[in-house]
Every structure is written in structure tokens, then in C-alpha cells.
Design a protein around this ligand. Structure first.
Ligand SMILES: [Zn+2]
Length: 438
């Protein structure tokens, strides 16, 4: 995405943001919208995947974006039968219709998003909220069809970082904490809210993927209608126990929402009866936040669309994060083969790679969910000396038999099946090794 002299060029679609737009939207809102190109890239790939999977025409909605940018991208890049509805700012309706030829291939409306979604059904809904998306969830979950996809983007990063606990509680009904894993916590709390909204309309959800950037949090949900899809989801919303002293964190396996902290299984070794450092966060989604099969398809699609290197890199990181391999060989096999077996699109895709020694087959459908909550080096650093390299830490964790991978959540973040204690011990050891050699 580039913005030159007020002309936004993104994923092959251009839009002039000067002129009438200045009268309609504040420059702050314009710049916020421009920052969300990753989210729109995900939405574009999702619409393509959904249209490929569905036999007939599908109705897709861009519920909020004021310039109709997402809708223009869908129309331009997806040649299949899709019926695009773009909900735009009222003041810009005429301007948008005059700017771009592709606009005639879609329906442009300027309505209250809640009214629009409560009155019509869509197979795909994209919500790009400037602020929190939670206020739109009730309408979106009512509107979305069985087996539809809901792509939700929120930009209230300060609130998700617990800058205003009261506002967070009011909006999300949850307790946040500014911590090393704030991004994953944000995804999980948003998911808990989506799950509650879905349940009210007799629908269940699973998470297909999520991304967190410095500007936004985006989560894609697969929505299924019917009580049998709701019930398995409900126990997945749980409080998270967190130790303020050592940063240990865990969901309560017995779902003991009502059990006092001092009666729960000890979380860490910070003193047997010392519960003062323990706090409860959330409630939040405790299930998987990635579907590796979906992410692999998304990555293949991004490559097909010739998306930028930085976007492809994010999707690659998401893929290795979602699988969290035990060896470098397996990770390479995962990344180096973008070709999916096309003979059986509904079956589990098989990735094959031949190394000198062996051939690795990764069946994404059989992968155990990635370990919960990543660690950030900065929060576990030993004083003095230079920190070890991220790739070296990942390698050492794997040598010790743990699953480990980089993650898109941060440049110094690691996802691993190792415990907090094991992670800290290894970091300390590596730190000492480095200081000895320098
Ligand atoms: Zn502790």
C-alpha cells in the first residue's frame, strides 16, 4: 500500500483521499483506515477462498470501511460470482461512484451498519472498526450465514493494552493486563465476545486465523448455525490465572470460574500460600487461535495474488506459528512447498519435501494445537551482556525436545511447548554462554 499526494494505491486499487473526503472524515480517521492494509489483504484472500469453496454466488459485505476500498479489491481480483455490498460514509457516496469504474459492479449503500446487518444476510462480513469492533458483533453474528466467514478488525490498541481498565471492562466484559502476551490476550478476549454474540443467535464459531499489528487486531471466524455447534464452544471461555511476580499463566483446567484463587492448583513456585501475586484475567477464549490448513490456503492465495513480500512474510510466520514444529526440517517442508494437492480439495492437504536424509509429510489437519501464549525475550532478559539470537533460542528449545517457533506477534517472541521455568533456565544458560565468549 502506498499513499502519494492523497492517492491510496493498495492491492491494485487506487483511491483519491483528498477533496470531498476531507470534508467527510477527519484526517485521523483517514490515516487509521490507510494503516489497515494487512487486514484488507486478509479479507481479500478470505473472500477468494470462500468463493472457490462455494458452488453458487456468495453475498459479501464490507460493513464499515468509509471509502469502499475492500469492496473494490474484491470486485477487481475475484472473477467468480460474488455479490459485493459496500457500506460507505454518506457524504462520500456520490464521490465513490464517480471515481472508479469497478464501483458499478457492486452495491454501494450508506446505512447504519447495525441496521444493514440486522436486516440482511451475508456469507462473508468484513468489519474494519476504527476503535472497538465489539459493538457490531451482535448484528454481524445475526446476519452471517451458516458456514460463513466473519473477519473482525479492531484498532483500540490502547484499550486492549489495558490503558483504561474501566473502558475495557465496559466494552469487553473482561480484565486485561499489559503483558508480554497482550496481543494473544486481545485476540482471545475478542473471540470470547464473538462467541457470546454467536451463541445468542444459535451459532457456534471457530477461529481460522488472527494477526496483531502495531495498529490493529484482526481475527477471522468460521461461523456455524445450530445448537450442536454452540455447546462445544461455551466451555472454551475461561478466566486466565496469571502470576504478577513471575509471569506464569494458565487456564484453569477444571473451569473453576468460581473457585477462589487460594483453592486452585498452584500456578508457579512463587510461595505456597502467596496468592497476592496471582490475578485472574479475561474471561477469554482458551481454544485454538489458528487453523493451519486455512492459513496454508491463505498463504498460497497471497502468493497467487502477488501480494507484497512483507504480507507474504506475515502469512508465513502465521503458518509456522500455527504448527510450531519440533524440527527445522519440518518447518522448511512446511514453507518451501506452496503447491497444495489439488486432486482432492476437501481432503487434508499434504505437504511433501525431500531432504538429503528423509522425506517429511506434514498433515496439517493432524497437527496438535499450538502451545498457548508466546514468550517475549525482553520480559525474560538477564541483566548485562548481549541477548541470544531468536533463531538460536528456537533451535536450542527444539534440541531439548520442545516444540518451538517464531511468531508474528513480535520480533523477539517465541512460541514453545517448554514451560516458563524451562524457558527462563535456557535463556539464562545461553546468556552466560554468550558473555563467556565475548
Ligand atoms: Zn509466580
Amino acid at each position: 500500500m502506498s499513499c502519494i499526494n492523497g492517492n491510496v494505491l493498495e492491492h491494485g486499487v487506487s483511491y483519491q483521499t483528498e477533496g470531498p473526503i476531507e470534508a467527510a472524515l477527519t484526517s485521523k480517521r483517514v490515516s487509521k483506515i490507510v494503516e489497515l492494509s494487512t487486514s484488507r489483504a486478509i479479507a481479500l484472500c478470505c473472500v477468494k477462498l470462500l468463493s472457490d469453496k462455494t458452488a453458487g454466488p456468495i453475498s459479501v459485505l464490507d460493513a464499515i470501511n468509509a471509502f469502499a476500498l475492500p469492496g473494490l479489491q474484491w470486485v477487481k481480483h475475484i472473477n467468480k460470482d460474488i455479490k459485493v455490498t459496500s457500506n460507505v460514509a454518506k457524504e462520500l457516496q456520490n464521490d465513490i461512484c464517480g471515481q472508479n469504474e469497478d464501483v458499478h459492479q457492486m452495491e454501494i449503500v450508506a446505512e447504519d451498519p447495525h441496521v444493514l446487518m440486522h436486516s440482511r444476510k451475508f456469507k462473508f462480513i468484513y468489519i474494519e472498526a476504527i476503535g472497538s469492533a465489539v459493538t457490531y458483533l451482535d448484528a454481524a453474528l445475526r446476519s452471517i450465514n451458516h458456514e460463513g466467514l466473519l473477519c473482525v478488525t479492531s484498532t483500540d490498541i490502547a484499550i486492549l493494552n489495558n490503558k483504561s481498565p474501566d473502558t475495557a471492562l465496559r466494552l469487553y466484559g473482561a480484565k486485561f493486563l499489559k503483558s508480554e502476551y497482550w496481543g494473544e490476550m486481545a485476540v482471545r478476549v475478542i473471540a470470547a465476545n464473538v462467541l457470546r454474540a454467536a451463541g445468542r443467535w444459535g451459532k457456534g464459531v471457530t477461529i481460522e486465523m488472527c494477526t496483531v499489528t502495531e495498529y490493529s487486531v484482526t481475527v477471522v471466524f468460521h461461523v456455524l448455525r445450530g445448537a450442536k455447534h454452540v455447546e462445544p464452544c461455551l466451555p472454551l471461555v475461561q478466566p486466565l490465572s496469571h502470576c504478577l511476580n513471575c509471569q506464569a499463566r494458565a487456564f484453569n483446567e477444571d473451569c473453576s470460574q468460581t473457585l477462589p484463587l487460594n483453592e486452585q492448583t498452584p500456578l508457579c513456585g512463587c510461595g505456597d500460600n502467596n496468592t497476592s501475586a496471582l490475578t485472574q484475567l479475561g474471561p477469554m477464549w482458551s481454544g485454538s487461535i489458528f487453523n493451519p490448513t486455512f492459513i496454508q490456503k491463505l498463504l498460497d492465495q497471497a502468493i497467487d495474488f502477488k501480494m507484497s513480500e512483507s504480507l507474504t512474510k506475515i502469512f508465513q510466520l502465521l503458518l509456522i506459528d500455527s504448527v510450531c514444529c519440533k524440527s527445522e526440517l519440518a518447518e522448511n517442508a512446511l514453507l518451501k512447498l506452496p503447491e497444495t494437492s489439488t486432486s482432492n480439495q476437501d481432503g487434508p492437504p499434504e505437504k511433501k519435501a525431500k531432504s538429503d536424509e528423509e522425506s517429511i509429510v506434514i498433515k496439517l489437519d493432524d497437527i496438535q494445537p499450538a502451545p498457548l501464549f508466546y514468550f517475549d525475550f525482553q520480559h525474560h532478559s538477564v541483566k548485562g551482556g548481549n541477548p541470544p539470537k531468536l533463531s538460536a533460542v528456537v533451535e536450542r528449545l527444539r534440541k531439548l525436545g520442545h516444540r518451538a517457533s517464531k511468531t508474528h506477534f513480535g520480533p523477539r517472541c517465541v512460541r514453545t511447548s517448554a514451560s516458563l521455568q524451562q524457558f527462563n533456565d535456557l535463556l539464562k544458560q545461553m546468556w552466560e554462554e554468550i558473555s563467556k565468549t565475548t
